[in-house]
Design a protein around this ligand. Structure first.
Ligand code: ARG
Length: 646
């Protein structure tokens, strides 16, 4: 047997379902070999650890258990002797021997484990029959044991359970301001993370924390009352049109005109005091923005529940009161502050999070504190979340570090809960500078998506002409839209999000390389092979071909190294999903899908499939089908639609 990808970093778990079963067998062998120590260790809350990991080199097999070395001291035995005892225990366990060949002891006491070919083939068959392709639901008995035990918290305290919601706070543009490429990144990354978490069975609250409150509404409302008073009394009286331009006009007046300034300040007070006319104006502005944002979300097929900053207004006073009661508040130059531990600014002074300004006003940080408090609070007074994830640009890292620390010290975060900032880098133009249009303006999201689709359409028409293919206008529009939007999303997701990323239409639309068009083509091609395979199968001897859909009478059978490489890559899907769920890095899934297409192409180029004789034909078609299913499911989790033809 040949190992899948020798370049796999050892930290990445592999073939998680198999890993999980092997861990259980090893645990049992340890318990049986060293009953007293195992019981004592378990009672102390730290069961003996077999230290199962993916094999560091393909020569060593599929997995290795390194636990014997660490156990030598507590057990008072030589590591090799421990390894021998575990190996003997494993060999007496039929569930183990069904899965693995005889374990080998290597070096000072490593246990090398090699999976049986028929066990791998059976695993492929099981995934083919499973619409979830082997990815368990969170909280299921076979929960993913990935790095984070926190993914399936089990603590007796029972503070958080797998049914408590996970919150993904993403997109979150600001009313009457530009929804810029940074928000696009947040939207795309946040949606992909939400999809993965939902697929794992978590109840996900997709929250759009829109900036719908603040002093800027004073000038916006003042301007609105002056230029379009009829809007306040008659529904749909005015079309505010481009709100961003409206914002600019208001700002220009605010900066130039002192009377306007003082009216705007009074307007803020009126709005906060709940004056009905001011509220109405505020609502109008929000509705207008909402319509514009929604057009983008619809286009990208993204669902979000709006819960803007204003939602937390009623809770701001309580935040201050709580912090005061916890003894965290310090009055500094008239402002209520919490000084951060372990974070200092210039001259080594600790930095504060300002909770209430000297004029009594609250700010962005106060609202985020109220949001955290609300999100973790038990229902009905809050969301009762067990994990809260914020997707914003890396520039907000210190803001979140600050409010997270304050929230923790205030005692608002349950012990088992996770609170995470998911930062991403800047979107740059091909010149490495901030993305701008040729005339130097900020790029509008709508224009950016339009251009991606237009370019795809032009490419497609050129290709159709070259190939002498005739397709309907409907087909062309559908393919161009799907590929164009997929390209924009995939380009963003396939980067390690923490780095800055250079936006390039040429690169994201290329048919070769780690791009959406490449993967969408792979899906079309493989689905085509599977379809043709179905036809071949129908014309061949029905009996011999039953293996196309493996059953116990016709198990899958693989012989070629390229087949085994593909099998192993396919079986890594569950491990990759677990990694994304834990680390919140969608590029892991992108890299996996790209590698899967490459491993598939190597297999398909080098091993006959449609021309293979019947028993091999069925097994190879099964690999084609599982590859197509995996690519479709994986792309779907990235928010990318696939095509039957293109
Ligand atoms: N509105 C903010 C911005 O445009 C992003 C909000 C992110 N979410 C949060 N809870 N702070 O930068």
């Amino acid at each position: 047997m040949i190992a899948g990808c020798a370049c796999r970093p050892q930290s990445l778990p592999t073939m998680l379902s198999v890993f999980h079963r092997l861990s259980e067998r090893l645990q049992l062998a340890l318990d049986l070999s060293f009953p007293e120590q195992a019981a004592a260790a378990r009672a102390a809350g730290r069961p003996l650890d077999p230290q199962l990991v993916a094999a560091s080199k393909p020569e060593f097999g599929d997995f290795q258990a390194n636990g014997a070395l660490a156990l030598a001291k507590p057990l008072g035995l030589k590591p090799r002797a421990i390894a021998e005892q575990i190996a003997a225990g494993l060999q007496a366990d039929s569930a183990f021997t069904a899965l693995c060949l005889d374990p080998e002891i290597a070096g000072p006491g490593f246990l090398n484990l090699r999976l049986r070919p028929e066990a791998l083939a059976a695993e492929v068959a099981a995934r083919l029959a499973d619409p979830r392709l082997g990815v368990p639901l969170a909280g299921a008995a076979t929960a993913l044991p990935s790095g984070a035990s926190s993914a399936t918290p089990g603590g007796e305290a029972g503070l958080v359970t797998p049914s408590d919601p996970v919150i993904v706070d993403f997109s979150s543009p600001n009313i009457a301001k530009e929804m810029h490429v940074g928000h696009l990144r947040s939207t795309i990354i946040g949606d992909a993370l939400a999809r993965v978490l939902e697929f794992r069975g978590h109840q996900v609250l997709r929250l759009n924390h829109v900036g719908d409150w603040g002093t800027q509404f004073g000038m916006l409302i003042t301007h609105l009352k002056q230029v379009a008073p009829q809007a306040l009394t008659t529904a749909d009286a005015v079309d505010l049109g481009d709100l961003v331009a409206f914002y600019r006009q208001a700002k220009a007046r605010f900066d130039a005109d002192e009377t306007f300034q003082s009216t705007a300040r009074e307007e803020v007070v009126r709005l906060q005091g709940g004056d009905p006319v001011s509220r109405r104006a505020w609502q109008l502005l929000c509705e207008q923005s909402r319509r514009e944002f929604q057009a983008i979300y619809d286009r990208l097929d993204i669902r979000l529940a709006e819960r803007g900053e204003s939602f937390y207004n009623p809770y701001l006073e309580a935040v201050v009161a709580d912090l005061d009661a916890a003894g965290l508040l310090v009055l500094d130059e008239g402002a209520q502050c919490v000084f951060l531990e372990g974070v200092s600014g210039k001259e080594g002074k600790p930095l504060p999070v300002i909770v209430q300004k000297s004029d009594g006003g609250f700010n962005y940080a106060t609202t985020d504190l109220a949001a955290i408090r609300y999100r973790f609070a038990a229902p009905p007074a809050g969301d009762g979340a067990r994990r809260v994830i914020y997707v914003t640009d890396a520039g907000q890292a210190s803001h979140f570090a600050g409010v997270f620390q304050v929230a923790r010290r205030a005692g608002w975060i349950p012990a088992e809960a996770r609170l995470e900032h998911v930062p991403f880098g800047l979107v740059q133009g091909e010149d490495g500078k901030k993305l701008k249009t040729r005339s130097g303006d900020t790029v509008r999201l709508k224009d950016l998506l339009d251009e991606a689709v237009e370019r795809c359409e032009a490419d497609l028409r050129r290709r159709l002409a070259e190939e002498g293919r005739a397709e309907s206008e409907e087909f062309i529009r559908h393919v161009a839209t799907t590929v164009g939007l997929a390209a924009v999303k995939y380009a963003d997701l396939s980067q390690n999000r923490t780095t800055n990323y250079q936006f390039s239409f040429d690169r994201m639309l290329a048919l070769q390389g780690n791009t959406a068009p490449y993967l969408l083509y792979a899906v079309v091609r493989i689905a085509g092979i599977a379809r043709k395979g179905g036809d071949v199968a129908n014309t061949a001897e029905a009996d011999e071909i039953t293996g196309v859909f493996a059953d116990s009478d016709h198990p899958l059978h693989f012989s070629e190294p390229q087949e085994w490489a593909l099998v192993r890559q396919l079986l890594d899907f569950d491990a990759v999903i677990a990694a994304v769920e834990d680390e919140l890095l969608p590029n892991r899934l992108c890299t996996y899908l790209f590698e899967l297409s490459q491993v598939f192409n190597r297999f398909y180029d080098q091993v006959p499939v449609l021309k293979a004789p019947p028993p091999a034909l069925g097994s190879r078609l099964a690999l084609c089908r599982l590859t197509a299913d995996t690519l479709k499911l994986g792309l779907g989790l990235l928010g990318i639609a696939t095509l039957e033809r293109m």
